[in-house]
Design a protein around this ligand. Structure first.
Ligand SMILES: Cc1ncc(COP(=O)(O)O)c(C=O)c1O
Length: 420
């Protein structure tokens, strides 16, 4: 690759050699002028997912009716194994697709505390995603434990030394996000997991912003537990089911708190008392969302086809290009990069800080560039390696420059409504 230039021709030259460019056609597109940089909130719709959902609805539901449960019943584990193989670095039988991230966090955090008698502290960080902090606060209150919040710099991510200082023999569980939702800062999973283990704590990772965007190696990192969503980089659609990971050796030690019939040993015996199924199945709760789960399978299959290492390489190149354009065009206009500049220390999105971020972000949407705003003054931009070209990044940052330079955002009244 030649040295960076802010000319459009530079972006076009990289696009011309991009091996992943053909994957653009694997996604549904309606508006060819739209630049979508918000896959970190909701991934776009793969063509094959659209077809597979239509088939499940028409044939499996429409024709097969209740008989289709014979094949559907396997799906949470089947989709979990596919995610394990292509996305999470987890061997078979450790990942389930079920429930929401919030519910899975509750199940796993509760179960982890139950498996750590004599320990009564949970550690997380004060910039972790709100649902993580709230659920952990609730679990701590329910189990009469202390929730220890590490102070975290909003842009730099979790401070390893702060974690080491906070760990002690009372710590039952450490729960952190692998990629910070606001800044995109990427934590060192093996190192922090090892730090938790060194004091006898279990380690639980929230992979919402890393699953499908950075290679995750749960087994190799020695992680105990993990949760994550599939509606961002796995492209399984709004409200698609989440996943959970429980390391093999822990599956028989942990008992999750939601005693539902899908976690029951002999489910259709309809017995009088709860008797959990052995192993991973006990982490199921109620009837799984089948349409969402087939979309997870398709998303995992697509990532497997492209290869997570190739996706990561292009993602780092896209975010580096974006940051280089920011340095050139946006820094003089009051923007600051609020994401680690070392590509190895960030996930799939770049966050920019500006005093008028909320209005500018709304003006970007008006100009057909979809990004998102996060309080207090941040814009998140997520160029997706499967669908975003370097030329689109060039155009989007050019729009950002022009909107800010001529203050064409000044008329905009804002009202926050984004999720994720
Ligand atoms: C890091 C993180 N955790 C959890 C969630 C949300 O969990 P749920 O799918 O239960 O709403 C999000 C949503 O964007 C997230 O970014």
């Amino acid at each position: 690759m030649t040295a960076f230039s802010a000319d459009r021709s530079y972006a076009e030259a990289i696009d011309a050699t991009d091996q992943l460019a053909p994957f653009r056609d694997r996604f549904v597109r309606h508006d060819f002028d739209l630049i979508y940089l918000n896959g970190n909130s909701l991934g776009p719709l793969p063509v094959r997912t659209q077809a597979r959902i239509a088939e499940v609805v028409d044939q499996e539901w429409g024709v097969g009716l209740v008989r289709s449960w014979d094949k559907w019943i396997q799906l949470p584990r089947q989709a979990g194994d596919m995610l394990g193989e292509h996305v999470l670095g987890a061997g078979d039988g450790q990942v389930l697709v079920c429930d929401s991230v919030t519910v899975n966090l509750y199940k796993l955090a509760h179960a982890a505390l139950g498996a750590q008698p004599g320990r009564d502290v949970i550690i997380t960080d004060d910039d972790n995603f709100p649902t993580d902090r709230y659920v952990l606060e609730g679990v701590a209150a329910e189990r009469n434990c202390e929730l220890r919040l590490l102070h975290t710099d909003m842009d730099a991510g979790v401070d390893e030394k702060a974690l080491l200082d906070a760990l002690d023999e009372r710590t039952a569980l450490v729960s952190l996000s692998h990629v910070a939702y606001r800044s995109g800062a990427l934590s060192d999973m093996p190192k922090l997991t090892q730090a938790a283990h060194s004091r006898g704590a279990l380690m639980l990772w929230d992979l919402c912003h890393s699953a499908g965007s950075v290679p995750v190696e749960l087994d190799d990192a020695g992680a105990d537990l993990a949760i994550g969503c599939t509606y961002k980089y796995v492209c399984a659609g709004p409200g698609s089911p989440a996943f959970l990971y429980v390391r093999n050796e822990l599956q028989h030690r942990l008992r999750q708190p939601i005693w539902g019939w899908f976690g029951q040993r002999d489910q259709f015996a309809m017995g009088p008392h709860y008797d959990p199924a052995p192993g991973l199945d006990s982490f199921m709760t109620g009837t799984p969302n089948i349409i969402g789960t087939v979309a997870v399978e398709e998303g995992a299959r697509l990532i497997g086809e492209a290869g997570i290492e190739q996706l990561r390489a292009k993602s780092m190149a896209l975010t580096s290009f974006l940051i280089a354009l920011c340095n050139e065009w946006l820094a003089p206009l009051g923007f600051a990069v609020a994401t680690p500049r070392d590509p190895a220390r960030r996930g799939g999105h770049v966050t920019l800080r500006h005093d008028d971020a909320e209005q500018i972000c709304a003006a970007l949407t008006r100009a057909s560039v979809i990004a998102d705003y996060r309080a207090p003054d941040r814009i998140r931009l997520s160029p997706a390696p499967l669908t975003t070209s370097f030329t689109e990044v060039w155009e989007a940052i050019g729009q950002l420059r022009d909107i800010t330079a001529d203050k064409s955002y000044a008329d905009i009244q804002t009202e926050e409504s984004d999720v994720g």
